[in-house]
Write a protein that binds this ligand. Structure first.
Ligand code: NAD
Length: 275
C-alpha cells in the first residue's frame, strides 16, 4: 500500500495508521494482529494494562512479516511509575511481547497525584539510550505536564497520544504540541464507534463513496495526526486501512468542524482520573 508515515524529532518515523488493541483478549489479539499485518498495517498499539502483549507478540511472529518492518508501541501502567519500577516493568513488557525492543514506549497517563512522571521519564531516557525503546513518548499529558518533562530533563517526548475525535479535536493541546515538535496521536479516533452513525459524517462518506469509519480515519490523516482505530473484525480492519487513495477537501473539513459544538470527552480527564 501507499501508507503515509510521520517523522519524529528524534529522526525515527511512524506509520500514520495503526491498529489499536484495547479491550482485546490475548487469543483475539493474535488473530486481529495477523489480519492487520496481512492487510498492510505496519503499526500496532498495545499497553501493559491491556493484558494482551503476549497475544500481540504471537500475532506478529505468526504473520510472517519481519519484526524490523513493524512499528510496535506499548505503554507503562501507572502503578509501575518511578525510575526502578519503570525499568522492571519495561523488561516484563518485552518478555511478554517476545521481542528485544519496542519502537515506541509511552507513559500511559501522567497520574499527577502520584507525582512520579518526571522520574519515570528519566528511566525512559535511559531505555532509549540503551536502544531498547527506539523512541519515547507519553499519553494523556496536558501541556503543563509536558513542559515539566522538558524543563526538568531537556528531552521532549516525540509524541503525545490523547483522546481525539472530530467532535473533540483538542485544538489547544495540538497548538502546544506543534510548537514543541511533538506529534499528536489520536486515541478513540472513531469516538469508540459513537461517530459512525452521525449524519454529518454520513454526508461526507456518501460524497466520497466511502464508509463513515474511512472518512473519519482520513480526517485524522489529513490533520497530520497519527491514528489507531480499533477493530477485531478482519473486514473492518481492512476497511479502516483502505484510506490512502482519497483525500478530504476544504468543504469536508468545514463540514467536520460543525461537529465540534457537540464535542465532549468520552474517557477520563487525565488531570482528575482516579487511577
Ligand atoms: P475507536 O474510536 O477506535 O472505536 C473502536 C470501535 O469502533 C470498535 O470497537 C468497533 O465497535 C467500532 N468500529 C471500528 N471500525 C469499524 C468499522 N469499520 N465499522 C464499524 N464499526 C467499527 O476506539 P478505541 O478502541 O477506544 O480507540 C482506539 C485505540 O486507541 C485503542 O484500541 C487503544 O489502542 C488506544 N487507546 C488509548 C488510550 C490511552 O489512554 N492511551 C485510551 C483509549 C484507547
Amino acid at each position: 500500500s501507499d501508507q503515509t508515515t510521520i517523522t519524529f524529532h528524534d529522526g525515527n518515523s511512524i506509520p500514520q495508521v495503526g491498529l489499536g488493541v484495547w479491550q482485546t483478549p490475548n487469543d483475539t489479539a493474535v488473530t486481529a494482529v495477523k489480519a492487520a499485518l496481512a492487510t498492510g498495517y505496519r503499526h500496532i498499539d498495545t499497553a501493559a494494562i491491556y493484558e494482551n502483549e503476549q497475544g500481540v507478540g504471537e500475532g506478529i511472529r505468526a504473520s510472517g512479516v519481519a519484526r524490523a518492518e513493524i512499528f510496535l508501541t506499548t505503554k507503562l501502567w501507572n502503578s509501575d511509575q518511578g525510575y526502578e519500577q519503570t525499568l522492571k516493568a519495561f523488561d516484563a513488557s518485552l518478555k511478554r511481547l517476545g521481542t528485544d525492543y519496542v519502537d515506541l514506549y509511552l507513559i500511559h497517563w501522567p497520574a499527577p497525584k502520584r507525582d512520579q512522571y518526571v522520574d519515570t521519564w528519566k528511566a525512559f531516557i535511559q531505555l532509549q539510550k540503551e536502544g531498547r525503546a527506539r523512541s519515547i513518548g507519553v499519553s494523556n499529558f496536558y501541556p503543563e505536564h509536558l513542559q515539566r518533562l522538558i524543563d526538568e530533563t531537556g528531552i521532549t517526548p516525540v509524541i503525545n497520544q490523547i483522546e481525539l475525535h472530530p467532535d473533540f479535536p483538542q485544538t489547544q493541546a495540538r497548538a502546544y504540541h506543534d510548537k514543541h515538535r511533538i506529534i499528536t496521536q489520536s486515541w478513540s479516533p472513531l469516538g469508540q464507534g459513537t461517530l459512525l452513525e452521525n449524519p454529518v459524517v454520513a454526508k461526507v462518506a456518501a460524497k466520497h463513496g466511502r464508509t463513515p469509519a474511512q472518512v473519519i480515519t482520513r480526517w485524522h490523516i489529513d490533520n497530520g495526526l497519527v491514528v489507531i482505530p480499533k477493530s477485531v473484525t478482519p473486514s473492518r480492519i481492512e476497511e479502516n486501512f483502505k484510506v490512502f487513495d482519497f483525500k478530504l477537501d476544504a468543504d469536508d473539513m468545514a463540514t467536520f468542524a460543525g461537529l465540534e459544538k457537540d464535542g465532549k470527552r468520552i474517557g477520563p480527564d487525565p488531570m482528575t482520573a482516579s487511577f
